[in-house]
Design a protein around this ligand. Structure first.
Ligand code: FMN
Length: 483
């Protein structure tokens, strides 16, 4: 089921007991964080802060913050269903008989939902249009999340840009630091597609037009966080997820099309060569990311609904709400990763390691050195390039059971022989790497070693009890008084 918009999602969350209203006027400066952090850490509900202190616009937070709500956001019982659907879509079957062709129709219809639709007229997000001197983004309840943050931030924005050469759209979630009534910093990091669009615009010495969108069907928000390859339109992906095309309307002051039913839109441009100090910001690593120079976004218009809700999140020491956006990505993108690295059986990017610090991958090992091939493939694959540590295990290991992973990993390696240290791009937020965005990575082959890999000793069996004894003990268990 597609949601009309963000407020529709909130309604359904409330009906399902997944949202709690807070009438107390919590301050967007630090207080909302302290409450949301406690609620996120304890697996609590989404929050709707009806009247944040000093503002008449409600703030919604933690709307993606559990497996159930993340699944609800994507309109499914569980987000694994989407992985199965993608797997099914990727099956290269060529129908021969008529009945098989008919059987393919649902697949094709699913794809027909994907392209977004441009429509004329104003969107709900344009019920109120403020331009020129009327623009004052400081009237919105932006959060100051943590004590040492450099200011107030928009934490759940969808940043729309177009490739200046091809016109292709990108939508990425990049935090926005509010500087004054009509300027913000633009935190698209070095490796992200928004930054590449900007570099291309800078090469032409041109400003780049930008729209920063808050709200819309939550499938859109998720899509902005998803590591889609450059050139794959996030609005198309959102259309696939919500089984309905995303309706777009034209912005008032820039040539960018935005979701018609969004809550709030900031329109504007980023000039070539202009930079401002951004940060520090209490980040999803659990540390402050340091202040650095980032481009400047000039706001030419603010449009919004008559009664908008302001969607927000906080990041910080894991687990936080974004753990669920990340877990959804881990599951949804696994079939796509397996398209290129088919020997991968399963993958776990643990929340505690902030996703990009550790990947545990199980493989069906087929040839000597196979684990090293998989590590290299992952370090070359999209945003998985940021992975600092990769542990490769055999396919009989449950990668989601960290007890099992640590037991197998530590027992199965001869560290010197089984590690591969390499260098490459590192997440900009990594504070330990020798330079910003560049550093080393390590992979461990924790699979069983084969003679063809030079392992001449005998590899021992894992201890298990014989089935007959297990069965006999099962039968007499209740007589032992141990229940
Ligand atoms: C809550 C949240 C905040 C994020 N903030 C940023 C950010 O400030 N800058 C950034 O480059 N990526 C940020 N990301 C990660 C990007 O959204 C993610 O890498 C996305 O795939 C980028 O899209 P792109 O590949 O189209 O650039 C954030 C993700 C989440 C979930």
């Amino acid at each position: 089921m597609a949601y009309r918009d963000f407020q529709h999602f909130l309604e359904i969350l409330e009906q399902q007991g997944e949202l709690k209203r807070i009438s107390y006027p919590l301050d967007p400066v630090l207080e909302i964080t302290e409450v949301a952090d406690r609620v996120m850490k304890s697996g609590g509900p989404a929050l709707l802060i009806e009247g944040p202190k000093g503002y008449d616009i409600p703030v919604a937070i933690n709307t993606f913050g559990s497996r159930r709500r993340m699944s609800m956001a994507l309109g499914v019982q569980d987000f694994e269903e989407i992985a199965r659907e993608i797997e099914n879509l990727l099956k290269p079957e060529i129908p021969e008989r008529f009945i098989e062709k008919i059987g393919m129709l649902p697949k094709l219809l699913r794809l027909a939902d994907m392209p977004p639709k441009k429509r004329g007229g104003d969107g709900l997000c344009q019920q109120v249009v403020l331009t020129g001197d009327e623009v004052d983004i400081e009237k919105l309840p932006h959060l100051k999340c943590w004590p040492e943050d450099g200011g107030r931030y928009i934490t759940l924005p969808l940043v729309f840009t177009h490739d200046p050469n091809t016109g292709k759209r990108n939508v990425g979630m990049y935090r926005i630091q509010v500087l004054n009534r009509n300027t913000t910093a633009m935190h698209w990091q070095l490796h992200k597609v928004g930054a590449e669009h900007y570099r291309l615009a800078e090469e032409k010495q041109q400003p780049i037009q930008v729209a920063v969108v808050l709200g819309g069907d939550p499938a859109l928000t998720y899509s902005a966080t998803a590591p889609l390859p450059p050139g794959i339109d996030e609005m198309m992906f959102a259309g696939f997820l919500r089984r309905q095309p995303v309706e777009l309307v034209k912005c008032k002051t820039v040539d960018v099309w935005v979701p018609a039913d969004a809550e709030i839109v900031l329109e504007g441009y980023v000039n070539p060569g202009e930079r401002v100090m951004e940060g520090p910001f209490g980040d999803h690593t659990g540390y402050y990311s340091l202040a650095d120079l980032y481009p400047v976004f000039h706001v030419t218009a603010v449009t919004h609904r008559r009664n908008p809700v302001y969607p927000a999140t906080i990041v910080g020491r894991p687990p936080m709400e974004d753990a669920w956006l990340g877990k959804a990505t881990e599951r949804i993108f696994l079939p796509l990763i397996r398209l290129m690295v088919p020997e991968i059986v399963d993958m776990n990017l643990p929340v505690e390691a902030c996703f990009h610090n550790l990947a545990i991958v199980s493989i069906k090992k087929r040839y000597p050195g196979h684990a090293f091939k998989v590590m290299n493939a992952l370090w070359g694959l999209g945003q998985l390039m940021f992975t600092k540590i990769i542990i490769v295990v055999d396919d009989d290991v449950n990668v989601h059971d960290m007890y099992e992973v640590i037991w197998r990993f530590t027992n199965n390696i001869d560290p010197e022989r089984d590690m591969l240290v390499t260098r490459g791009p590192i997440d900009v937020l990594d504070h330990a790497s020798r330079m910003l965005g560049f550093g080393s990575k390590i992979g461990f082959d924790a699979t069983r070693k084969w003679p063809s890999e030079g392992f001449t000793r005998e590899w021992p069996e894992v201890i298990t009890m014989s089935p007959e004894v297990k069965q006999r003990i099962d039968q007499i268990w209740h007589q032992l008084g141990l229940d």
